[in-house]
Design a protein. Structure first.
Lengths: 172, 154
């Protein structure tokens, strides 16, 4: 089957791209938003998440942690194991949401498909994960947002996201 | 050629002569009265480009009191396409060539069905602009250029 110029023009590839970013405990941010209006649709083709580092948020920029004795003279070192906020969502996750409310936690909002999850309580960076589900197409109108969230209460995560969606404008 | 519509089929050469050049600014806090360059594209002689997708998501406003605009003729936040004739690459100069504004949090996308082909050689910059005084905003931007290189066939 051959492709005409109009068909080629009606398919756009858009990125889902987050350069190396620090995400503090319980923090989330929107990576990209695609607004779909009829007769448009888009297909999620690839999504990859790279956990570059997993650190104690109170450590300095050189990674060193300074612990000051408490009133009893004891040095209490913070736990090195991550404390997960929501079980099953790893250290971090990327979800696709329609009509995402940026004032509410992503875990309290319905995602369009199972989030891409990376790591667990015992993971040591670097960790890499790739979406392996078949390409999924979304046709309902509305703004679709890719949201990345730190699912720990005690770890600073450094993350990179790379992905792509193919938007179909619905023209011939 | 598609006989019904006169629409040409793509040859390998014609396919290779076209580029999609995407850009994505993930959620970023933009300080009051500040512009962030999101993407820069230098159009060479003979090339033709269009912004096939141009979208801004105004995520949140960080204000306790009603904010005021720096330039009342423009949106509170906007994505603007500028040529090189501005004074500084990071300072918006006047009305942008292409404009995606929002006055309240939400998503705005220019229509991909009505586009303008740009053929003038220049350096074009996409700026994400916070047009508010004393008020920071969180926003993200997404878009893609479609560029016709117009190379000569070997």
């Amino acid at each position: 089957m051959y492709v005409t110029q109009d068909q080629f023009d009606s398919r756009l590839d858009l990125p889902v791209s987050l350069p190396l970013t620090d995400l503090y405990p319980n923090q989330w941010l929107i990576v990209s938003t695609i607004q779909v209006l009829s007769p448009q649709s888009f297909t999620l083709r690839t999504l990859q998440l790279h956990l570059v580092a997993n650190q104690d948020p109170s450590a300095g920029s050189d990674g060193k942690l300074v612990v000051i004795p408490d009133s009893s003279g004891n040095c209490v070192f913070p736990s090195q194991q991550a404390s997960l906020v929501t079980p099953g969502l790893g250290l971090a996750f990327v979800g696709l949401y329609r009509n995402f409310d940026p004032l509410k936690q992503p875990t309290f909002q319905a995602s369009q498909e199972s989030p891409l999850v990376i790591g667990d309580e015992n993971s040591a960076a670097p960790v890499f994960t790739l979406r392996t589900a078949p390409a999924a197409t979304f046709t309902s109108e509305g703004p679709y947002s890719f949201v990345v969230a730190n699912n720990t209460s005690n770890r600073l995560l450094k993350l990179v996201i790379t992905g792509q969606v193919r938007l179909n404008l619905g023209q011939l | 050629m598609n006989a019904e519509t006169g629409n040409p089929f793509l040859t390998q050469f014609r396919f290779d002569d076209q580029l999609w050049v995407p850009f994505n600014l993930s959620e970023t806090r933009v300080k009051a009265d500040t512009a962030i360059p999101v993407a820069t594209f230098e159009l060479q002689v003979g090339q033709v480009a269009r912004l096939a997708w141009f979208s801004i998501h105004f995520i949140r406003l960080l204000a306790d009191t009603p904010p005021t605009k720096v330039n009342s003729a423009l949106g509170a936040v906007y994505l603007g396409l500028y040529g090189s004739r501005g004074d500084l690459i990071t300072t918006p100069a006047g009305q942008p060539l292409l404009y995606a504004p929002l006055d309240i949090p939400g998503v705005f996308t220019t229509s991909p069905y009505f586009y303008q082909d740009i053929g003038e050689p220049d350096r074009y910059t996409v700026l994400a602009v916070n047009n508010l005084r004393l008020t920071d905003v969180d926003l993200c931007a997404l878009g893609t250029w479609r560029v016709q290189l117009n190379q000569r066939a070997a």
